[in-house]
Design a protein around this ligand. Structure first.
Ligand SMILES: Nc1nc2c(ncn2[C@@H]2O[C@H](COP(=O)(O)OP(=O)(O)OP(=O)(O)O)[C@@H](O)[C@H]2O)c(=O)[nH]1
Ligand SMILES: [Mg+2]
Length: 318
């Protein structure tokens, strides 16, 4: 058993080992998580969460690293969470990303962690917010969440962030893919990375055109900017930081930030509740109540919908 109170205290002081252990409890779906989350709750809410999504190899990690440098220059404490929804837990996942970010490895103002979420009930939607809470409570002022791997969970990840950055690169057929994957709806800031390569202008133009097509924005609405970067040389990264700050200010003014965070909390509660319900239903196999209902359905005395209603009523009444 882990001494949760002391672990939380140490994490609050920013001790990386304590932060790592708490996130491992999340990854391992520890029964002590309930206690951990209760202890963390009053310490959270201070962090600005930025999600980065885009096709494999587009430059998410390079951009993240450059953003960390920029935020560190501004004196902010930064957390990086690299989430891999396609890999099972391994603890050692995404070593490549860690190595790539090694320039920040010895900086006590930066916490970098990768997390695999496959195989979880609720997967990404369940694990990422809890890991974000840990980093938030540990005093990270900015948390950058990179999703690794392929697109399906992009929308899901966007739902976890205050601001979503969608990255594209020239020559990856991204323009057409973007429309398909629905990322045109989730981006608050668009980055065309690898602008040192041919076709960056064309990609930006095409993106601009596609974003304009579905446009029905009013005067006070947010218009997602498109920023060209060469992340490998940190070019354009200050503009990205500026766009993030602007988006954050815009969200603050209009109450959008609160709204997004409430929606996020609602998702989180839903996933925890569904997981709990599923666990109870799992417990019911062989349960007398279920057996009795099954008997009545077999006899034709009850239809399966009514039986399911009775079952659920019985579960929630417990
Ligand atoms: N030419 C060029 N290459 C870049 C640029 N930014 C990143 N790269 C290179 O692109 C490759 C992929 O970059 P990553 O940052 O690992 O991309 P990623 O999106 O994190 O990749 P995954 O995590 O595997 O999805 C690396 O070899 C980078 O060095 C850039 O601006 N220009
Ligand atoms: Mg990466």
């Amino acid at each position: 058993m882990v001494d949760v109170a002391s672990l939380v205290q140490q994490a609050r002081e920013g001790r990386p080992r304590a932060v790592a252990r708490l996130i491992s409890l999340v990854e391992g779906a520890s029964p002590q998580l309930r206690e951990v989350m209760a202890a963390l709750a009053p310490l959270t809410g201070g962090a600005y969460v930025v999600g980065l999504t885009g096709s494999p190899g587009v430059g998410k990690s390079t951009t993240t690293t450059a953003l960390v440098t920029a935020y560190r220059k501004a004196g902010r404490r930064v957390g990086v969470l690299a989430v891999d929804p396609s890999s099972p837990f391994s603890g050692g996942a995404l070593l490549g990303d860690r190595v790539r970010m090694s320039e920040h490895a010895s900086d006590p103002g930066v916490y970098i962690r990768s997390m695999a979420t496959r195989g979880h009930l609720g997967g990404l939607a369940w694990a990422a917010p809890q890991a974000i809470r840990v980093l938030d409570a540990a005093g990270c002022e900015v948390i950058l969440v990179e999703t690794v791997g392929v697109g399906q969970s992009e929308v899901e990840i966007a739902a976890q962030a205050d601001t979503s950055v969608v990255l594209l690169a020239p020559g990856m057929g991204d323009g057409i893919q973007a429309a398909k994957a629905g990322i045109l709806e989730i981006g608050d800031v668009y980055v065309v990375n690898k602008a040192d390569r041919d076709g960056a202008d064309a990609t930006a133009r095409e993106l601009n055109h596609m974003l304009g097509l579905g446009e029905s924005r009013g005067p006070g609405d947010w218009r997602p900017p498109i920023i060209k970067t060469v992340a490998a040389r940190a070019e354009g990264v200050d503009e990205v930081v500026e766009a993030l700050e602007k988006h954050r200010a815009w969200m603050d003014e209009g109450g959008v930030l609160d709204e997004r965070r409430r929606r996020r909390a609602a998702n989180e509660i839903e996933h925890i509740a569904l997981t709990a319900l599923r666990a109870r239903i799992g417990d019911l196999h062989g349960d007398q109540r279920l057996t009795a209902l099954a008997g009545r359905v077999t006899e034709g005395a009850l239809d399966p919908y009514a039986a399911a209603d009775e079952l659920i009523a019985g579960l929630t009444a417990r």
